[in-house]
Design a protein around this ligand. Structure first.
Ligand code: ADP
Ligand code: MG
Length: 697
């Protein structure tokens, strides 16, 4: 076994490799592109491309691809080989600067939400030099942004990069006011904790619902679920351990800082957390992580389920987006400092986040809205669909004092004045107690916990970066024109707290009482995807994104269309799968079993036994009535899916799916799950929850 330090990042064309392979002048230009958003000219690109190609070929690569993240939520790649013909039927390996910088691809099969008229099917991929190229399965992957012929973003990376530029610009303005002359760039950082389930491959393949939809559409609870809490942080089973070891190796070779792995709350549920990175790299790395988890699982005859709610009755899977803001001089701006001045700066950035989350609750909710995540948010295992912030008692106490001009702490006599008083340190354990909050301060970063496990982490960070940039922009405007900086700063912080404190909540967010309290405070409670998505086009949201050049209105419209369509398609596939399973597998199996039971009753009758109280008679009767119930729901579901398909506007169709299709699906499931508990194991046509949740040894 090679030591990790030796192979970490060996498949990445990172700064170390570039330094050793590029002329000094070129390397410096690339560094400027990576760290200071400077554009690379075509000559430099040609030199980089050639060095990249040589390096990749030495590592056995024969192809390259522009690796991008279309709106499907997964990554896309089209492989081109390096070969180029020469005289005499030979080839040489070539890769030009132009091929590195821009690719043209037929975009017609990627979702565009009407952005791309069919006569203009071309899409372009453009190199993102801030995320390193890497080799995966013999292919040099070049991280790229993907846009239409007209320049509209068709992917998740373009808006992310734009949002990072927006927060960079506004944060620099604010930092300048605090005299940070040495800071030249501000970037957000993200550490996404990834949850997933592992099930046995054979068992998985015997479940059409998992195969087609990623979640179980039927399934009665086994005698044991997660009630003993014996899985969380429990000993990792050998087969799972071997899988995790290989996942780590693969990720490390790709430069992904995979750090923590443990069993999660539900049986068969696990988590992987990396060390945080700059946001766009963290987004790329999370995509790679999801891909590697799924690929390596198959090698171990396992299947990695990334769905938000693969099983009813046990916890679903989320993704915690740990987010902070850092300067190129290495200062974490959400870390309370040592001096009054640093503290004042911290408080201002904190206020920017508070304002951002309060003003754009709807956008944060939308950024995690999928049919799968709807099954999780608001259940008593994941944050509710109400966006609120947890700051911890200490910080909340400080904000209270600033808000009402009161002294802080038992000893302090004077009122707490921003920029004059030193704040106490907030140790992580005093700020991390509330695990029910959707958006929690955890000492030096915020943890956004509403994300679903299969989501790209791009969107939530686009919203966070842009909304925070907007608050910082307003702050900078006010402070730049202030006569007395310190007074203006104090007033600004105070007024922001007063205006936005309604978003701060330290109590239990799973509590029924919170739902009522939140309503009283006027906070949004957007329970489902069809409820929240249309708010994307609210004027304040369109204006926000336009102000910071993150999305045009056209781009937003197209995204809304894609998300609505996606929701409809997912629910439709689920409904059709349920119908298929009920008609072809479940009802016939139950029917067979009823026949067998009835034969036994007939045999008993022939022997002149009284069968009316027998197991066979009672079970057959109960099953027959449940079967009739299930069949009724089944036909209702068939009708509802036909009805849904006839509604043209996706916004209306999505509401119909939510209100009419999902409800009938639940009715059908209820009858089927009860039939499962009454049917002999030999007759039941598919593996059970018990097989799935406890089958991996
Ligand atoms: P947990 O939430 O499980 O208690 P930690 O708080 O230690 O674990 O870290 C969770 C994640 O937060 C990790 O991925 C870690 O790298 C990330 N993280 C830590 N500091 C920052 C930061 N400044 N910015 C973004 N993410 C961070
Ligand atoms: Mg966490």
């Amino acid at each position: 076994m090679r030591p990790v330090t030796q192979y970490f990042g060996e498949n990445v064309f990172n700064e170390r490799v570039m330094k050793s392979r590029l002329p000094m002048e070129t390397f410096k230009l690339v560094q400027l592109a990576i760290h200071n958003n400077k554009r690379l000219d075509s000559e430099t690109a040609a030199i980089v491309a050639n060095a990249m190609k040589d390096w990749a070929i030495e590592k056995g690569a024969t192809h390259y691809t522009h690796w991008f993240q279309p709106m499907t939520g997964i990554t896309a790649e089209k492989h081109d080989s390096f070969i180029s013909p020469t005289a005499g039927g030979k080839v040489i390996m070539e890769f030009s600067g132009k091929e590195l910088i821009q690719g043209e691809t037929d975009a017609s099969s990627f979702p565009s939400g009407g952005l791309r008229a069919t006569f203009e099917a071309r899409g372009y991929t453009a190199w993102d030099p801030t995320s390193f190229a890497f080799i995966k399965s013999g292919v040099l992957c070049i991280p790229t942004a993907f846009c239409s012929y007209g320049g509209e973003a068709l992917d998740k990376k373009t808006p992310l990069l734009r949002s990072m530029e927006a927060i960079n610009k506004q944060a620099l303005r604010v930092l300048k006011l605090f005299g940070n002359e040495d800071v030249t760039a501000v970037k957000t950082t993200v550490g996404p904790e990834q949850e997933y389930f592992l099930v046995d491959k054979e068992t998985y393949l015997a479940r059409k619902d998992l195969l087609y939809t990623g979640r179980t559409l039927y399934g009665a609870m086994p005698p044991k679920g997660q009630e003993l809490d014996d899985h969380y942080f429990g000993t990792i089973k050998t087969r799972v351990k071997n899988f995790m070891t290989e996942v780590d190796e693969e990720l490390w070779k790709l430069g992904v800082l995979s750090k923590t792995e443990h069993n999660e709350a539900a049986p068969a549920q696990h988590e992987l957390a990396p060390i945080f990175a700059t946001t766009n790299i963290a987004v790329d790395h999370n995509q790679i992580t999801m891909e590697v988890l799924q690929r390596v699982a198959k090698k171990h005859d396992l299947i990695c389920l990334l769905h938000e709610k693969p099983f009813e009755g046990v916890n679903g899977s989320g993704k915690h987006n740990n987010w902070s803001i850092s300067t190129n001089t290495g200062v974490n701006l959400l870390n309370p400092g040592e001096t009054p001045y640093e503290n004042a700066q911290f408080l201002l950035f904190l206020c920017a986040v508070i304002e951002a989350v309060d003003e754009y609750q709807d956008l944060l909710r939308i950024s995690v809205a999928t049919a799968g995540n709807d099954r999780r948010l608001g259940a008593l295992e994941a944050p509710p669909a109400i966006v609120s912030m947890f700051l911890g008692d200490e910080l909340e106490g400080i904000l209270d004092c600033i808000e009402s001009d009161r002294p802080y702490g038992a000893k302090a006599k004077e009122n707490l004045k921003v920029g004059v008083h030193v704040l106490p340190k907030f140790p992580k354990d005093t700020t991390d107690r509330n695990r029910t909050a959707p958006f929690a301060f955890t000492g030096n970063k915020f943890e956004f916990r509403m994300l679903g496990s299969s989501d790209s982490v791009a969107e939530p960070n686009v919203v966070l970066n842009t909304a925070a940039a907007d608050a910082l922009c307003r702050f900078a405007d006010e402070l730049e024109s202030a006569e007395d900086f310190e007074t203006a700063l104090h007033d600004l912080i105070q007024s922001t707290i007063r205006k936005h404190k309604k978003i701060i909540w330290g109590g239990n967010c799973y509590d029924e009482g919170w739902v009522k309290e939140a309503e009283k405070r006027g906070l949004l409670n957007l329970k489902t995807t069809p409820d929240c998505l249309p708010l994307l086009l609210a004027p304040k949201n369109v204006e926000l994104f336009a102000r910071h050049k993150v999305y045009t209105e056209t781009e937003l419209k197209s995204r809304l269309e894609i998300m609505l369509e996606n929701y409809c398609k997912i629910v439709n596939i689920e409904a059709l799968t349920m119908i298929d399973m009920a008609r072809k597998d479940i009802l016939p199996a139950v029917s067979d079993y009823i026949t067998t039971l009835s034969d036994a009753v007939a045999a008993g009758n022939a022997l002149e036994l009284d069968m009316r109280d027998s197991f066979e008679f009672k079970t057959a009767r109960e099953l027959a009535s449940l079967k009739a119930e299930a069949f009724k729901s089944l036909t209702a579901l068939e009708k509802a899916t036909r009805e849904a398909a006839s509604i043209t506007a996706y916004a209306d169709r999505s509401v119909y799916y939510k209100e009419n299709v999902l409800t009938v699906m639940e009715e059908l499931r209820a009858s089927v799950d009860r039939m499962e508990t009454l049917t002999a194991a030999d007759f039941w046509p598919m593996p059970t929850y018990g097989d799935l949740l406890f089958g991996v040894m």
